[in-house]
Design a protein around this ligand. Sequence first.
Ligand code: NAD
Length: 496
Amino acid sequence: MVEQSDVDALRTASPPSPQHLIDGQKIDASDGAVMANTSPIDGQALGALARGTSEDVDRAVAAARRAFDDGRWSGLAPAARKKVMHRIADLIEQHMLELAVLGVRDNGTEISMALRAEPGSAAGTFRYYAETCDKINGDIAPTPPGTLGLIHREPVGVVGAIVPWNFPLMIAAWKLAPALAMGNSVVIKPAEVASMSILRLVELCHEAGLPDGVLNVVTGEGAVVGEALGLHGDVDVLLFTGSGGVGRRLLEYSARSNLKRVYLELGGKSPNVVFEDFANLGKAAKVSAGGIFRDSGQVCVAGSRLLVQRSVYEPFLDALKAEAEAMVVGDPLDLRTTAGAIASQTQCASILTRIERARTEGARLVTGGARILESSGGTFIAPTIFADVDPQSNMAQEEVFGPVVGVTPFDDEAHAIELANSTVYGLAAGVWTDNLNRAHRMVRAIKAGVVHVNTYGGPDVTVPLTGHGQSGNGSDKSLYAIEKITKLKTAWIALD
Ligand code: NAD
């Protein structure tokens, strides 16, 4: 049980030094440049980061390649890799609070959620993939007599990982754990406003016994470090989570360089559909409010489009408004807070612009709609509900990535399906119904990688998170993620 005093004791702990971690060494950027880092909690300086260069990326990729080629990790017995992976999970658990607080100071997620979703989830992910080290088999094909067809599954080599600022540890673990379990080497580039906890995680990986050079981290700007990684001729696979705009660039970088495989986990505009037959509307409102307002809406699967059957539309809006106004927005390091800060000034400004646009589009503001707690120096926005949102408007079509939900009424099941499938995205969805047949029909009809039924959020590492439509082209989590960081090889053998 975490006490507030434990959290407070870590509020001002020293952040990692402004250095990369390459080949097991902490090193400065090649030109010595650093970039300022600001906490969204109070607008105060929070250490600094090495401002990476393309030379730094070259150095990290070369270290990763050397490590892969000499077999210091890729050549270990799978059970030996498994031991180190479990030790990494142990260390994450031992440093749970330290990692969570550092991440929260960096990106503003409320600590109550960060504890579960960040180190808690990352440790579970390392444990899950630790067990794959010695359980993923090759195959024997059903070939004619006189031949033997063996199908080997091999690591791809050097994996580049580029991750976003929301849930940095959880998402980094989704990339790192399967890649390392299968014997790859990795270069990871964290987001500019959420690098600190990843730097610490990589230190812990080394402490756990991961050999030098197998996992390298280069901090800095996306347009420099991310681009250099995307264009690098010696990166075999690129794993990305972030926005669609950057995802498109990465595909271009691949085409312009070595045709590396690029896996994209992108944004969403996820529909959350409430039918009149769901008896417990209060529960639907409470969980749906959490599904959009926790972490102040900076969640890829956030249920940002609420579709509510017309007969229960107004009562549901009343219940949702009450839940939104009951959210405790503020200091993310207070255990009572239920919605933390917006990760950066830039993101805060972008959300406010989108709120203004919804107003001009004619949506009805039910609650929120403004920046709050400005005197704290932090970036906070009140949970915001727009009703009567036109399904074709910007608010209904584009991701806000903030604490803003648009609500639209529907008439019947067919209408709900039409609205649910009316964006270019397909990441997540929710359905609230007491009709089992309807629940299964909706799961099949909605174009999304995950459809929650009578809940929202919470799928664990055992199931894939897959982007349909323009929400991505791969799967994180589960055994399906193994496909991304391995390649197949056939041995065709004549048996005389
Ligand atoms: P972003 O695309 O701006 O940045 C993501 C990463 O890409 C960062 O590390 C950034 O530095 C890097 N980057 C930026 N420009 C680059 C370039 N030109 N070349 C290479 N790399 C570059 O995204 P963000 O704002 O950090 O994150 C929010 C987005 O991530 C939202 O769209 C959200 O839905 C999405 N997301 C998706 C998932 C999922 O699992 N599908 C999970 C979390 C977040």
